[in-house]
Design a protein around this ligand. Structure first.
Ligand SMILES: Cc1ncc(COP(=O)(O)O)c(C=O)c1O
Length: 359
């Protein structure tokens, strides 16, 4: 199966093979593997001098919940910049945790406006933290990370970035971009297996963090555990750690995030050209579209339902993704994973074949 989804996604055989062993969670071999995971992730973000990498068991949402519950204190206030479902989910998490939260909202096809963020911070001295979703996977829209980070830093607030579907491919450099906590997971642009979320957090923010809202999703305690003896506080997903370390080695062998981004751009270009040929219109303006995942409008006069189209493609070995938009009938195709433009040419041929069949 080729997974054209935003994760879990198609992984390399070497990554899957790296998970064929057992590891004792307190054994030196696994402690070394964990150290390699944390070191490599930190280095990818260029955070060695300022930040610490804190992996946590679970999916991306778990680390978002851990970061909000650990870094936004009971007397703090979080501003969420929302233009899709993942921003909305972060707001729901903050509410559930009893943290003070407010949102600035944009339509799903409009990027976050850094000037509006600056104005909101100037007008609301009680806001202490801001959360931005770098690539909103709802549509694939790319939000202006550097400009938002500069605006937040100029107003002396802390920025949390959900970089779930951008980290490992789109450039993120903590030496140049002021970010208190960068949040991502093992199974998107890193092309690892699912099961680990991680936060790359400014050490000063970890040191000054008060009590977390959750016992298990406590980034400071998790970090202190790693610093004390190199071990995870609770049962670690040992195979996922091994698979992710292998995926990180493969990322390095490919030439790092810039080489990976170039491959994803190629994938996206093949997909977009072919979809237009087949009569599908992209939902987003190309100027604000990331090469991570693309949203297409369902053609108005279509003889298929999405489920029929999905099943026909699945029968040919391709898994696509339903739309997540509230106001438009769409579906999505991911460009990330251990896949290249040749896979997209085959996908497009399969689509062409399906579309030519009578209703
Ligand atoms: C931008 C973004 N944030 C958060 C998440 C949540 O991650 P998970 O589904 O792994 O919990 C996703 C998942 O696709 C995402 O794309």
């Amino acid at each position: 199966m080729i997974l054209l989804t935003p994760g879990p996604l198609t992984t390399a055989r070497e990554t899957r093979e790296a998970m064929l062993s057992d590891w004792g969670s307190r054994d030196t071999a696994f402690i070394d593997l964990t150290a390699a995971l944390r070191r490599r992730l930190l280095a990818l973000a260029h955070g060695e001098n300022t930040h610490a990498c804190v992996p946590i068991q679970g999916s991306g949402t778990y680390v978002i919940e851990a970061a909000i519950g650990s870094l936004v204190g009971a007397t703090d206030k979080l501003l969420i910049l929302e233009n899709g479902v993942y921003g909305a989910r972060a707001a729901a998490i903050a509410q559930r945790l009893g943290r003070k939260v407010t949102s600035l909202r944009w339509p799903e096809a409009t990027p976050v406006d850094p000037e509006a963020v600056r104005a909101a911070l100037k007008a609301n001295a009680d806001i202490t933290h801001v959360l931005l979703v770098h690539c909103e996977t709802t549509t694939g829209i790319l939000n202006p990370l550097q400009a938002v980070a500069d605006a937040v830093a100029a107003e002396d607030r802390a920025l949390l970035v959900d970089a779930m579907s951008s980290f490992g491919a789109l450039p993120i450099d903590l030496r140049a971009t002021p970010i208190a906590a960068l949040l991502a997971s093992s199974n998107k642009c890193l092309e690892g297996p699912p099961g680990i979320g991680f936060a790359i957090v400014a050490r000063a923010a970890l040191e000054s963090a008060g009590p977390a809202a959750s016992l298990s999703l406590d980034l400071k305690a998790q970090w202190q555990g790693f610093e004390k003896n190199g071990q995870w506080r609770f049962t670690p997903p040992v195979q996922v750690v091994a698979g992710t370390v292998k995926a990180l080695e493969l990322l390095e062998a490919e030439g790092g995030p810039s080489a990976r981004l170039a491959r994803y751009r190629n994938n996206f270009a093949s997909l977009l050209a072919g979809m237009k040929r087949l009569g599908f219109a992209p939902y987003l303006d190309e100027a604000i579209q990331s090469p991570i995942i693309a949203t297409f409008r369902t053609p108005p006069a279509w003889h298929l339902t999405f489920d029929q189209f999905y099943d026909a493609l699945a029968a040919r070995g391709y898994l696509i993704y339903p739309g997540k938009l509230t106001g438009a009938d769409t579906f999505r195709i991911g460009c990330i994973g251990a896949i290249s433009s040749g896979d997209f040419e085959k996908l497009l041929a399969a689509m062409d074949d399906i579309l030519r069949r009578p209703a």
